[in-house]
Design a binder for this molecule. Structure first.
Ligand code: ITT
Length: 206
């Protein structure tokens, strides 16, 4: 039987891990805490790509003797709102003081209301980084749409109840999770990542 690549998802965000697992069905996926004790990683990069690589490299280094067995995949993502000069961007998780989804959404709604806007163009970005004994790689994915100033629905996470993807009339909070899986920034970045994963698989077998 074909040996599957073993991938550690270097994230503490259970929603992200769930979405990544649903997408990468042909691989053996592990959460970080199944393999090593999670530790704090300072995300001080200036872009999604830099932060994703900071996370995947930190976890890969911490694997030590397990570096032969696993590869590490990380995700750094966020939302950029046109009317707010593309904020919160890379600071999406820490937009509000509390840093919870609820407080972040409230801050975004307040910022729109202060500009007398009930909506604005926006887009999500995801950078996926892969760290392995063969090197470090990264890909990007995007999802365009609008953010509104009234949360709708409970599906997804983060800013999803405020985000209506282009071509739809409902928020990601209302749309079925299969829809998000097809069109999301994370899925687009993961599609590109599967090319890297295939090359790593081939290299491993040689
Ligand atoms: P890890 O760094 O441990 O992976 P995190 O949640 O801190 O977890 P990020 O620094 O990449 O991850 O911040 C991502 C934030 O961007 C996330 O907390 C949400 O607020 C937002 N976000 C990213 N992708 C999203 C999505 O698919 N739906 C809704 N919000 C999303």
């Amino acid at each position: 039987m074909k040996k599957k690549l073993k991938i550690i998802v270097a994230s503490s965000n259970t929603h992200k891990i769930k979405e990544i697992k649903k997408f990468l069905v042909n691989y053996e996926i592990y959460a970080l805490n199944e393999i090593i004790t999670p530790f704090e990683i300072i995300e001080n990069g200036k872009s999604f790509k830099e932060n994703a690589l900071i996370k995947s490299k930190a976890v890969f280094n911490a694997l030590k003797e397990k570096q032969n067995e696993f590869i590490v995949l990380s995700d750094d993502s966020g939302i950029s709102v046109a009317a707010l000069d593309n904020a919160p961007g890379i600071f999406s998780a820490r937009y509000s003081k509390e840093g919870t989804d609820k407080a972040n959404n409230e801050k975004l709604i307040k910022a729109l209301n202060e500009k007398n806007l009930n909506q604005s163009k926006a887009f999500y970005t995801a950078a996926i980084a892969i760290s392995s004994k063969y090197g470090h790689f990264s890909t990007h994915g995007y999802m365009h749409g609008v953010v509104i100033n009234t949360p709708k629905g409970n599906n997804g996470f983060g800013y999803d109840p405020l985000f209506i993807p282009k071509g739809f009339d409902k928020t990601l909070g209302e749309l079925d999770e299969q829809v998000k899986l097809k069109i999301s920034h994370r899925s687009q970045a993961l599609i590109h990542s599967t090319y890297i994963l295939r090359i790593l698989e081939k290299t491993e077998k040689q």
